[in-house]
Write a protein that binds this ligand. Structure first.
Ligand SMILES: C[S@@+](CC[C@H](N)C(=O)[O-])C[C@H]1O[C@@H](n2cnc3c(N)ncnc32)[C@H](O)[C@@H]1O
Length: 290
């Protein structure tokens, strides 16, 4: 199915029902566990629990995608580094590369250095292709009219100079508290895909990766745990609602994480856990766009 998909569920569960064989690229911008107020997600987990989630997320991404971009908060640099290091050393054929997004505009701190960067890991299977010619930018030599300049421009560095998306940015969708700059996403996706390739976004938020994919002719699969954000992303992109849940697929209960069983067309029940019965549409929904 060569369509953009948006699935409203925990992506670790949903990846089983998405029906995609393989993703050329995954771009992950997970919650930072710094107490941000999201709809339907607790961003204040005990550090141990968050570490365990980070580890599950990174491992699964590497399993399903040729190249994984993992953007995260500098507060967790040591933890994410430990996970990545262990994984790369125990997985032949997997390579790591560290990069940073630098902000010219950041929150001022009167007592210590302000945080002016966001780290990014790139995990790449050795045979996954890169397309550096797709991201060339004007070089300093070109700007100054130097005859030695390569007319194709230069391949940019591993420091991504894109601002934070602030309240007055034209890109801003105010329904979600955080949002990545589309220029950053576009550069990473273009470096690691060709037109028509499928891109995985496990943490939809405002749907910025879907918007970029539409613009540059890649096909996206987006997961978002919040039904409210999912509906807003779907409306923003005029996506049609569809039901892709078959009786054999299962979902996990949002309350106790036990397996949910589909009762009939429109209800699921948490038979192995807290026994809740809820309308299917409250648990998951799927939207597509040609
Ligand atoms: C940092 S935001 C992503 C922002 C997004 N990159 C953008 O530019 O709009 C993280 C999002 O992940 C969602 N989320 C958290 N845990 C999730 C999970 N396990 N599966 C799917 N979505 C999840 C949150 O609801 C939140 O909207």
């Amino acid at each position: 199915m060569n369509k953009h998909k948006l699935i409203c569920t925990d992506w670790l569960d949903g990846i089983q029902v998405a029906g995609d064989d393989y993703y050329a690229v995954a771009f992950a911008d997970p919650p930072d566990n710094i107490g941000v107020k999201y709809d339907g997600y607790d961003d204040n987990l005990p550090a141990k629990e968050y570490f365990s989630l980070l580890s599950k997320w990174v491992r699964k991404l590497v399993e399903v995608a040729g190249i994984t971009w993992f953007s995260y908060n500098a507060k967790w640099a040591a933890e994410v580094g430990t996970i990545v290091n262990f994984l790369v050393h125990s997985t032949p054929g997997l390579e790591k590369r560290h990069m940073v997004q630098t902000y010219t505009f950041y929150q001022h701190n009167q007592h210590d250095l302000g945080n002016g960067h966001r780290p990014i890991w790139r995990l790449r299977w050795r045979d996954a292709p890169l397309y550096p010619n797709q991201i060339r930018v004007e070089s300093e030599r070109q700007k100054s009219g130097d005859k030695r300049a390569d007319p194709r421009g230069k391949v940019p560095s591993d420091c991504f100079d894109f601002p934070r998306v602030t309240g007055n940015s034209r890109q801003r969708r105010s329904w979600s508290p955080t949002q990545l700059h589309e220029g950053l996403i576009e550069r990473c996706v273009k470096l690691s895909t060709k037109e028509g390739d499928r891109v995985l976004d496990p943490f939809g938020g405002t749907g910025s990766i879907l918007r970029v994919c539409r613009r540059i002719n890649r096909v996206s699969t987006t997961f978002e745990i919040s039904p409210a954000y999912s509906k807003l992303i779907a409306n923003d992109n005029a996506m049609a609602a569809v039901d892709i849940i078959s009786p054999s697929t299962f979902l996990r209960c949002r309350t106790c994480r036990a397996k949910m069983v589909k009762l009939h067309e429109s209800y699921v029940s948490c038979v192995e856990g807290c026994n809740k019965v809820i309308p299917l549409q409250d648990q998951t929904s799927c939207y597509v766009l040609d």
